[in-house]
Design a protein. Structure first.
Length: 142
């Protein structure tokens, strides 16, 4: 089982109180607090060594996003200006703006921005002759 995330400071302080009380074993504390036994051991070790229980990472872990809000706006602007451009073209336009994203990432970001994908029609729905016939038949109202 993988790491779920840091324990909240509240939960850490509760574990610390139970550890300092010395009434329960590590296993019993982990059952009561619904945390892993390893977490209890880690907190106990920090208490004994005198370290702080605050988390070392403060929401700055993981890979930085390729699209910052500014590059997202430029992507949206490019798509609205030329609605039929391909992801390959959009990718090259973004590279001009120093955003190195793959075509797949561009497609994923466009989907997040609620752009729909479809192929343009190969011919118009009505040519002038068919339009006049449809008008006479009553399908098209002026």
């Amino acid at each position: 089982m993988g790491k779920k995330g840091d324990l909240s400071p509240c939960k850490k302080s509760e574990v610390k109180a139970l550890v300092n009380a010395k009434l329960f074993s590590n296993r019993e504390i982990s059952r009561r607090m619904k945390v892993s036994e390893a977490s209890v051991r880690r907190i106990k070790k920090k208490i004994e060594s005198g370290e702080e229980l605050s988390p070392k990472r403060k929401k700055k872990c993981g890979r930085k996003p390729i699209f910052i809000p500014r590059s997202e706006r430029s992507l949206k602007k490019n798509c609205l200006e030329n609605r039929f451009s391909t992801t390959k073209v959009i990718k090259s336009q973004l590279q001009d703006n120093n955003v190195n994203a793959s075509e797949r990432t561009v497609r994923r970001k466009l989907k997040d921005l609620n752009f729909k994908t479809c192929r343009p029609a190969r011919k118009p729905m009505f040519n002038p002759c068919n339009e006049s016939k449809a008008f006479e038949f009553g399908q098209i109202v002026a």
